[in-house]
Ligand binder design. Sequence first.
Ligand SMILES: NC(=O)c1ccc[n+]([C@@H]2O[C@H](COP(=O)([O-])OP(=O)(O)OC[C@H]3O[C@@H](n4cnc5c(N)ncnc54)[C@H](O)[C@@H]3O)[C@@H](O)[C@H]2O)c1
Length: 256
Amino acid sequence: MDRLKNKVAVVTGGGAGIGRATCELFAEEGARVVIAERDEASGREVAAAITQRGGQALFVPTDVGDESSIQRMAAAVEDAFGKLDILVNNAAVFVLKGIDATVQEWREILDVNVVGPSLCAKYCVPLMRKGGGGSIVNLASISSVIAQKEMVTYNATKAAIASMTRCMAMDLAPDNIRVNSVAPGVVWTQIVERLTSEAGLDRKAAEADPAWGGAHLLKRIAEPREIAYPILFLASEEASFVTGSLLMVDGGYTAQ
Ligand SMILES: NC(=O)c1ccc[n+]([C@@H]2O[C@H](COP(=O)([O-])OP(=O)(O)OC[C@H]3O[C@@H](n4cnc5c(N)ncnc54)[C@H](O)[C@@H]3O)[C@@H](O)[C@H]2O)c1
C-alpha cells in the first residue's frame, strides 16, 4: 500500500474518469496528490473524498489549455511540497471530427491535448530535477495507432502524444526522468457513457456491442481503475528501466 510513499504526483484532469481513479489509487499508495483540474466542483470533490479516507490531496484549479494557468499550478506545487516526482498528463477534450473540423475546433483540441501536456512537462520538469528525477505518464489511446470513423482531430492528438512521449524520453533521460504513455481501449467514463447512450445502448448492451465492448478480445469495456493500475506501475520505481514506451491497456483491441 505504499508504492508511492513520499512521492508528490500531479494528475491533470483528476476530477473525473481515469484521472480521478488515478488520483485515488495514487493516494492509497501513499502519494501526496495534486488534482490539476479545470472543473472546480469535481476537483474539490475528489480532494475531499481522498482526504476523508486518510489520503493526502490538494486541488489546484488548472486549465491545461492556458499556459499561465499551468505556470500557477507548478508554482503552487513548489509552494506546497518543494518538489515533484510524478506528472500524469491525463486531461483531454473529445473534439471528435473528420475533415469538416473548423480551425477553432482544431485549435481547442491541439491546445488541450497536445500543447497542454508539453507545457505541463515544461513547468513541472524543473521541480523534478530538484528531487533528482521523476516519471511522466502521458495518456495516449488505441486512437494513437488505429483509424476510427470521423475522428481525424482526436486521433491526431493521441498519435502526437505517442510521438511526444518518445521524444521527451530522449530529452529527459539525462535528468533521470522517465517518460511513458498508456494506450487504453474503451473505458467507462463520461464520453463513453454519452456516446453509447446516444447510440441507444444501455450498459449491458454496450459491453456486448461489436463496436464497443465487443471490439476488444476481452469482450467488454474497461473500468477506470484498470487503467489507473498500469499508470501506477509506470509512475513507480517498479518501472525503473522503462522509458519511451507505449503500453497498450486495451483488452486486446489492437492485437487482432
Ligand atoms: N475514456 C476512454 O475510453 C479513453 C480511451 C483512451 C484514452 N483515453 C484518454 O484518457 C484520458 C482521460 O479520459 P477520460 O475518459 O477519463 O476523460 P473525462 O472526460 O472523464 O475526464 C477528463 C477530465 O479532464 C478535465 N479537463 C478537460 N479539459 C481540461 C483542461 N483544459 N484543463 C484541466 N482539466 C481538463 C475534465 O474536466 C475532466 O475532469 C484522456 O487523455 C483520454 O484521451 C480515454
